[in-house]
Design a protein around this ligand. Structure first.
Ligand code: IPM
Ligand code: MG
Length: 393
């Protein structure tokens, strides 16, 4: 069993608390197997910027790029912390890595575990059935409406010259005008869609019928970028004859995933649509506290909960660490596949089973799932379930 080096970036607010629980899972693996997980902690984020004028120490981007096998990020965002140019402070961390490390796919699984109730209209209920929600959404992560923001952030992260967007004129518009171009390329779309089809080959198909399917979600009835996205999707799809294709417009998609989540297996979409759709989709799995993600490219990856820094809960040891634990599960799966490390892939499955067992038992849950356990209590409980499973490995 080999050693892995993991950069841990706690970031802002509750990101710092959930990062401790993510780190606890890595420690648990190291303590109960022959794997080594060397963790390098890097301070970063909007609060650090407010305090020191730096989003992270110089050399941090290079450390993540050159020294780490994988990166975990807690959350970025501190109230009122913006750069002089108006961009989010801490952006060079999250957006700088997405663009600077060319992490073109933001992979966001949406799975409802047994025992998880949903807090919808103020009460905990079981609206969606656990065996009916199991999809993976891939959000394009390096272009689209985020393009110029991503370029500014990644140039900043690497100490490169500031990125400025090309001039455009809108002579008929009155008053001040601000714009964000939304470039979508065939290359960026092709690699994202290809990863979507490759992931579909590793899954069990849509819950409704077990049929492997990739859904292309866009707005190709109105925008040119989306027309290119869909055309490229079709070209890639022709190389995967055994996988069914499916199409939807983003507006209609929001109602279809709410009404019939069982229809979806793998979904591919552009950057901003994916940002919005995955917050909505997290409700199908019990909320943002459950949603883990991976920002994945060909050579690098970082893993983070989909939720933000939730400043109103910061320092209270209250938020759900499961989104972060699920992100560590994704990290070990990615590392295992990348290094053909079968043992690590087994560990990854055991992390998922530990979360599953914990939720099925339903005893120790954070407030968002109807309980009153603390963040660290839930992390401890899942870590000890995992430790017991690892000892049998
Ligand atoms: C996300 C977040 C980020 C985004 C923010 C924090 C920049 O909302 O990861 O979904 O907009 O991509
Ligand atoms: Mg978001």
């Amino acid at each position: 069993m080999r050693d892995y080096r993991i950069a841990i970036l706690p970031g802002d607010g509750t990101g710092r608390e959930v990062a401790l629980e993510a780190s606890k899972i890595l420690d648990t693996i190291a303590a109960n197997t022959n794997f080594g997980f060397e963790q390098m902690e890097i301070a970063c984020g909007g609060q650090l910027y407010k305090e020191t004028g730096k989003e992270w120490e110089e050399g941090s981007f290079e450390l993540c790029r050159d020294e780490a096998d994988a990166v975990f990020l807690g959350a970025i965002g501190h109230p009122g912390s913006y750069l002089p140019n108006g961009d989010l402070a801490g952006g060079s961390v999250i957006l700088g890595m997405r663009s600077g490390l060319d992490l073109y796919a933001n992979v966001r699984p949406v799975k409802l575990f047994q025992g998880v109730l949903h807090k919808v209209h103020g009460r905990f209920t079981q609206i969606w059935q656990p065996d009916m929600v199991d999809m993976t959404i891939l959000r394009e992560n390096t272009e689209g409406l985020y393009y110029s923001l991503l370029k500014r952030a990644s140039n900043r992260a690497q100490g490169l010259e500031d990125y400025t967007i090309p001039d455009m004129e809108f002579p008929d518009l009155k008053g001040e005008v601000a714009y964000d171009p939304r470039p979508i390329s065939s290359h960026g779309t092709e690699r994202l869609v290809k990863m979507g089809f490759d992931i579909a080959q590793t899954r069990n198909g849509a819950p409704a019928d077990g049929v492997s399917k990739v859904s292309c979600i866009d707005k190709s009835n109105v925008t040119r970028g989306c027309q290119l996205f869909r055309r490229t999707f079709d070209q890639v799809a022709s190389n995967y004859p055994s996988i069914t294709t499916d199409y939807g417009y983003i507006d209609a998609f929001t109602q279809w995933i709410t009404r019939n989540p069982e229809h979806y297996d793998v979904v591919v979409t552009s950057n901003m649509f994916g940002d919005i759709a995955t917050d909505l989709a997290s409700i199908l799995q019990g909320g943002m506290g459950m949603a883990g993600s991976g920002n994945i490219g060909d050579d690098h990856a970082f893993f983070e909960p989909v939720h933000g820094s939730s400043p109103k809960y910061a320092g209270m040891n209250k938020v759900n660490p499961i989104a972060s634990i699920n992100s560590i599960q994704m990290m070990t799966d990615w590392l295992g596949r990348r290094n053909q490390d079968e043992k690590l892939l087994e560990v990854s499955k055991l992390i998922e089973q530990s979360v599953e067992d914990h939720l099925k038992e339903g005893k120790m849950l954070t407030y968002d799932l109807g309980g009153n356990a603390s963040c660290s209590d839930v992390g401890d409980a899942i870590a000890s379930t995992l430790a017991a499973k690892l000892s049998e490995l």
